[in-house]
Design a protein. Structure first.
Length: 373
């Protein structure tokens, strides 16, 4: 079977070059006579792997020396709790900008843990189709929280809010290393790996050292303390060894392609190709507003997505969407079904998606539109 173009929001496609390298080393990594998948994380061979991954993150993201890099487990959803438990320790108050499902869930988790959450801005009024502009965040908050790229809604911050001395926390799961980012403007960044970095299983955390507290909120489990992992080089318990190994391969691939700046240039080209077609089409339209559009996730609807409550109209919309997804899959374009909260279709075009994949999608969309007008 030939390779397909995988537009999944996550787990997503990985660079073919990386997959081939991993396959070649599956039974014998670097002359060790064993797979990284079965290797002791306490071995010197594996220590070199995780050290190199950390070094590459620091170089590619230009991470300042006063920040720790951690490789954790539990995905972004566990970070919702860890952020609250470790940072919400002075006033017990935090500011959240609510721009979609994941920011909303993060705020709900903080509330659940006893943090007084202020939703200082939200785009819920338009189904999260834009990013509200918050020039400055002030107050006695322990931290401020944003989701930098919203996978489901296809929106992205085109600015970084000014928080002054308030630590800014950002979920960058779906845009990590897709662009250059000034780490020094954030107190903490985290990213689940399964979109731009590696297979699911590891979560990257970059945290400023002064935020690694000795005394998180009372009752915080040992495994949910950043200090636990910082003091043990991300090896307090067995880390997701193989995923970190693949992550290191992906980081090398990013460096070969010009680092964050080079990858960003490619991502802009891919996204513009798709958005330009959508904006010129009388059959499709993008759901995210201009000025807030993600380079990574592009939800779009057909002309049959009218928002009508009429049962016949709803049935027609579902029928045309299902037909699109089925025929796209037959054409080797998979995982294009949109999220239920937006409807329609969604093309996730992460770092590893080649321009050829986006062009193939647009050609299919043109053909489908002609056949279904």
């Amino acid at each position: 079977m030939s390779r397909v173009y995988n537009f999944s929001a996550g787990p997503s496609c990985l660079p073919e070059e990386v997959l081939k390298e991993c396959a070649a080393e599956m039974l014998d990594y670097n002359g060790s006579g064993q797979s990284v998948m079965e290797m002791s994380h306490r071995s010197s061979t594996y220590q070199a792997i995780i050290d190199q991954a950390e070094s590459q993150i620091r170089k590619l993201m230009k991470v300042p020396e006063n920040y720790k890099i951690l490789f954790l487990q539990g995905g972004g959803s566990t970070q919702f709790a860890m952020v609250a438990e470790n940072l919400g320790i002075h006033t017990g108050k935090a500011a959240y900008i609510q721009t979609g499902v994941w920011a909303k869930k993060a705020a709900a988790e903080a509330k659940h843990l006893g943090i007084k959450v202020d939703i200082i801005a939200s785009s819920e009024d338009k189904n999260y189709s834009y990013i509200p502009h918050v020039e400055k965040i002030e107050g006695d908050y322990d931290y401020a929280y944003i989701c930098f790229n919203n996978t489901i809604m296809g929106t992205h911050y085109e600015y970084i809010p000014d928080t002054g001395k308030i630590p800014l926390v950002a979920d960058i799961s779906s845009c990590v290393l897709s662009e250059e980012l000034d780490v020094s403007k954030f107190g903490l960044l985290f990213a689940g790996a399964q979109k731009n970095l590696a297979p699911a299983g590891v979560t990257l955390v970059i945290i400023r050292e002064d935020l690694i507290t000795e005394t998180p909120r009372e009752g915080t489990p040992t495994m949910l303390c950043y200090k636990t992992h910082a003091d043990n080089g991300s090896m307090y318990n067995t880390p997701p060894c193989y995923t970190i190994y693949v992550l290191g391969k992906v980081l090398d691939w990013i460096e070969k392609n010009g680092g964050a700046a080079g990858i960003h240039k490619l991502n802009v080209e891919k996204a513009n190709y798709l958005y330009d077609y959508l904006d010129s089409s009388d059959f499709y339209h993008a759901t995210a507003e201009k000025g807030s559009r993600s380079l990574m996730n592009v939800p779009f609807l057909t002309k049959y997505s009218t928002g009508s409550k009429d049962e016949a109209d709803i049935a027609k919309e579902k029928e045309i969407n299902a037909k699109f997804v089925k025929e796209a899959e037959a054409a080797g374009l998979v995982n294009l079904k949109g999220h239920r909260l937006v409807g329609g279709m969604r093309a996730s075009i992460y770092n590893a998606m080649p321009l050829a994949g986006v062009k193939a999608l647009v050609e299919f969309m043109k053909k489908f539109a002609e056949e279904n007008k």
